[in-house]
Design a protein around this ligand. Structure first.
Ligand code: GLC
Ligand code: CA
Length: 581
């Protein structure tokens, strides 16, 4: 029996039992988490994040308020009305802490402040208050695995072998003149750097300027949990936790198995099977501890950057009793290799089969991935394809994460020459890997200079498509991607079936992905034609047989039409949503 069907007294009893310490001395589930779920269920309500639409902001590229070519917190505050009108419920802002910016903010040198190029703590407080005033929640990005090499902790740690902070990072002797083992960095080369001053090597899964913290040291755990509390006290609504699978490494430092397909000179991502420094079981116990920190701050949410190798691995991130991450990212969806109905349908079914009643996230783009607009473009129907992707994201059962600019059909704008590249991995691995600049270009606000992002020189250039794909132009065009997103978000908010209805796949057509979302009072049919030909969805022998349907939204037709008959016709690349009246 799952919690949802348990009568309240049993839920409370279960809560009590769950906090009794287990063998490892840690309570299986913290009381507040259990109580929160129980209270929400008893009241027949859901927690805010279960139905929320999240929007990722890369602050460097969203809106520059002071003309230095770099986006900032005040720029985000300026655009909160836009986000409110768009209809998102929460924003996740990637790191804006003080940082040398080697990895553009993911190398943090002070967890309790704001980098001057992004603003001040006061600016952040204002942003948070203004967002809350508009009912928009704010998530911080928390980098637990590593700090910048300029963080005072690391400066102390590297100063001598006997420094009290030495053991806050992972220091080892080399093998003669070679690194301690064969582990490689995500961004290329060995994951170890020799520090000549003390003659030892330190470990870094990412750039050498991002030394890994030693999470086996309780002082590190305490310090990092305190950093989380700092922002929770300020009122943030949760965290997107960066690179969580990296928190622990094998203390014996076994070599990772080298993959046979490794080709020297290629990108290093798949050069070895990182069984000894990735996704270790200790990660899970640690994250369960973090949820307890959040428990003192009800209503907060933990989203995790989770890249397990299998869907079963993803399931583990929810915790044995849903006591770990509330929303681990489901990145398998970003791996669907082509714009194909069968491929998307089977990915959705696989997700649902394995994750069962665990709420999943849906995401197609972020600051590390080529934008979905570009990945799935066919050169002729790009905007129609973008609308189909939007429909999927916002109507599948789960929590959607949009990436800034997705709602206006922003495309990747990759650097043309190696000299232009800003992301160090792109310089290192050019031209096989051009780095991540292409998906991080300035938000396109207008067709004015630099797409209205800055009055100065933008840190990255905008593509020619900014002329047509920008907020100002698209706001005026009823058939734009932007207006489609707005209508879709509005419909989602008003539809109980889209928010929490049961999911059911319809048919196995090679060109059409169709499904129902159902509650007792409403059935919604989502029909997506992923082909350039007309298609038909037969509705006989489905829950909709003989029912009258209203076209609530279509990417090619005007809504409102009442549909009769036992089939639904779809125009080429049409996304349509029909509801029972
Ligand atoms: C995560 C971030 C990525 C960053 C890395 C190191 O994968 O999303 O942008 O480079 O962590 O912090
Ligand atoms: Ca680590």
């Amino acid at each position: 029996m799952d919690d949802a069907r348990m009568p309240l007294p049993f839920v409370l009893l279960a809560a009590l039992l769950a906090v009794l310490p287990l063998g490892n001395g840690k309570p299986a589930r913290s009381p507040n988490a259990e109580m929160r779920v129980a209270q929400a269920q008893a009241a027949g309500t859901t927690l805010w994040w279960q139905n929320a639409v999240f929007y990722e902001i890369y602050p460097r590229s969203f809106k520059d308020s002071n003309g230095d070519g770099i986006g900032d917190l005040n720029g985000i505050t300026e655009k909160l009305d836009y986000l409110h009108d768009l209809g998102v419920d929460a924003i996740w802002i990637t790191p804006f802490y003080p940082s040398p910016q080697v990895d553009f903010g993911y190398d943090i040198s002070d967890y309790e402040n704001v980098d001057p190029q992004f603003g001040t703590l006061g600016d952040f407080d204002r942003l948070l208050a203004e967002a809350h005033r508009r009912d928009i929640k704010v998530l911080m990005d928390m980098v637990l695995n590593h700090t910048s090499d300029k963080h005072p902790w690391f400066i102390e740690s590297r100063s001598s072998r006997t420094n009290p902070k030495r053991d806050w990072y992972i220091w080892r002797d080399g093998k003669d003149a070679r690194p301690p083992n064969n582990w490689i960095s995500e961004f290329g080369g060995p994951a170890w750097t020799l520090d000549p001053k003390t003659g030892q090597w330190y470990y870094h899964f990412f750039y050498s300027q991002q030394p890994d913290l030693n999470w086996r040291n309780p002082a590190v755990e305490k310090a990092m949990f305190d950093q989380c509390r700092f922002w929770l006290e300020r009122g943030v609504d949760g965290f997107r936790l960066d690179a969580v699978a990296n928190l622990f490494e094998d203390p014996q430092l076994h070599d990772n198995p080298v993959l046979p397909e490794f080709v020297a000179g290629s990108t290093t991502e798949h050069a070895e099977n990182n069984v000894y420094n990735y996704d270790l079981p200790e990660v899970h116990t640690e994250l369960q501890g973090l949820l307890k920190v959040e428990d003192f701050y009800p209503g907060r949410v933990l989203v995790g950057e989770t890249w397990p190798k299998t869907m079963d691995g993803l399931l583990k991130y929810y915790g044995p009793d849903k006591n770990e991450l509330q929303l681990p990212f489901n990145f398998f969806f970003t791996k669907v290799p082509k714009f194909d109905a069968v491929a998307f349908r089977s990915e959705v079914e696989m997700t649902r089969k394995v994750l069962d009643d665990h709420p999943t996230t849906w995401v197609v783009s972020n600051h590390d991935l080529v934008r979905a607009y570009t990945r799935y473009a066919d050169g002729k129907h790009n905007d129609q394809i973008a609308k189909i992707l939007a429909t999927m994201l916002l109507t599948l059962p789960g929590t959607p994460f949009l990436y800034y600019g997705e709602e206006i059909g922003m495309q990747n704008n990759d650097p043309k020459t190696v000299e232009e590249v800003r992301d160090p991995v792109g310089r290192r691995e050019w031209p096989v890997n051009k780095g991540r600049d292409g998906e991080r270009t300035p938000m396109q606000w207008s067709s004015g200079p630099n797409a209205g992002f800055t009055s100065g020189k933008p840190w990255l250039g905008v593509p020619p498509s900014a002329e047509t794909h920008n907020v100002e132009a698209e706001s005026r065009d009823p058939s734009s991607i932007l207006n489609y997103y707005k209508a879709l978000l509005r419909l989602r908010r008003q539809s109980p079936a889209l928010l929490s209805g049961q999911y059911e796949t319809l048919g196995d057509d090679p060109h059409v992905f169709a499904y129902l979302r159902r509650t007792e009072s409403q059935t919604v049919l989502v029909g997506l034609n992923l082909s350039a030909e007309k298609q038909t969805i037969p509705l006989d022998k489905t829950a909709l047989e003989g029912r009258q349907l209203k076209l609530a939204l279509s990417s090619v037709r005007c809504p409102g039409q009442v549909l009769q008959g036992n089939e639904l016709e779809l125009a080429p690349f049409e996304a349509s949503i029909c509801t029972t009246p």
